[in-house]
Design a protein around this ligand. Structure first.
Ligand code: BEZ
Ligand code: FE
Length: 288
């Protein structure tokens, strides 16, 4: 995902598509939407503005830098990169605040690359993929239960991840629509088994303003390889999480600060060619 030609096309596609999804509010499954009262608005917006003002004072920001900041903000809008920028640099803090009052399995950020309306599959399931889909065949399996241990029959595991080259279907031109995405319905014991390919680490798009800001600061633009999951069951809070891989060179230095030690998989060879397997159970808390 780092060649200039591909990322030029794909940064623009990814940005505008992620903006459309954010604008539509399709991801309000996390929050239920809602409005903000005046006191709260003054408190949160006031604190955010004061954070920026104090950076200006402490860093003695010049007019030249202020004007460069304006141009950068305009570029973020023009390229549709607000969802990308916010999910890279701020979502993990919002997720940490949310986690303070949550029970059940450990979660992490959603990111900008979830898509609604993907293939509906029954466990055991193979994700939609090309006939010659590259990468290590991988099985992810486990059980979804409630916090009291009750198996959640018919729970759904919405899964999406990159291909072996670090590309997301729907946001990059290379993989076909729906590739390596699906919503898998668990069996009557809440068990799921998903056959896919091991994903690869990737950089955020480097040609847009978020990537350029990251490089300008000398920060790593890489995300460790990961699998995104939304685990749902009626009457239970949706779990938004990701699973990472032991030994990944970018663990602990995730540009989106979303990796957590509890979310690391250590897949083992199954003996069937180079296939690997990891087992991971999910616990959902009752809806508040
Ligand atoms: C992702 O995991 O897909 C992602 C998260 C935050 C920013 C960019 C990508
Ligand atoms: Fe991702």
């Amino acid at each position: 995902m780092t060649t200039t030609e591909q990322s030029t096309t794909d940064a623009a596609t990814a940005g505008s598509h992620a903006t459309e999804i954010a604008r539509s509010g399709a991801a309000t499954f996390r929050t239920g939407g809602g409005s903000v009262d005046q006191q709260r608005a003054a408190s949160v917006i006031g604190a955010a503005l004061e954070g920026i003002r104090s950076a200006i004072r402490e860093q003695k920001v010049t007019y030249e830098e202020f004007d460069a900041f304006k141009r950068w903000l305009i570029a973020v809008s023009d390229t549709g990169e607000w969802p990308l920028f916010l999910d890279v640099y701020l979502e993990f803090e919002v997720e940490k605040v949310a986690a303070e009052t949550q029970d059940g399995s450990v979660g992490t950020i959603l990111g900008p690359f979830w898509l609604d309306g993907q293939a509906q599959l029954s466990s055991p399931a193979t994700l939609p993929m090309r006939d010659d889909e590259p990468g290590t065949p991988m099985i992810l399996a486990g059980q979804v239960t409630a916090t009291d241990g009750t198996p959640l029959a018919g729970a759904k595991v919405d899964i999406w991840h990159t291909d072996d080259e670090g590309w997301y279907s729907g946001f990059a031109s290379k993989p076909p629509a729906g590739n390596l995405r699906g919503v898998v319905t668990c069996d009557d014991q809440g068990r799921y088994e998903i056959h896919t390919r091991k994903p690869a680490p990737y950089t955020i798009p480097l040609d847009g303003p978020t990537g350029q800001m990251t490089l300008a600061a000398g920060w790593s633009p890489w995300r460790p390889a990961h699998i995104h999951l939304l685990v749902t069951a009626p009457g239970h809070r949706t779990l938004t999480t990701q699973l990472f891989f032991t030994g990944d060179p970018y663990l602990g230095n995730d540009v989106a600060s979303a990796d957590k030690p509890e979310l690391t998989l250590d897949p083992q060879r199954t003996g069937n060619g180079d296939e690997i397997r990891s087992d991971r159970d999910f616990v959902l808390e009752p809806e508040a």
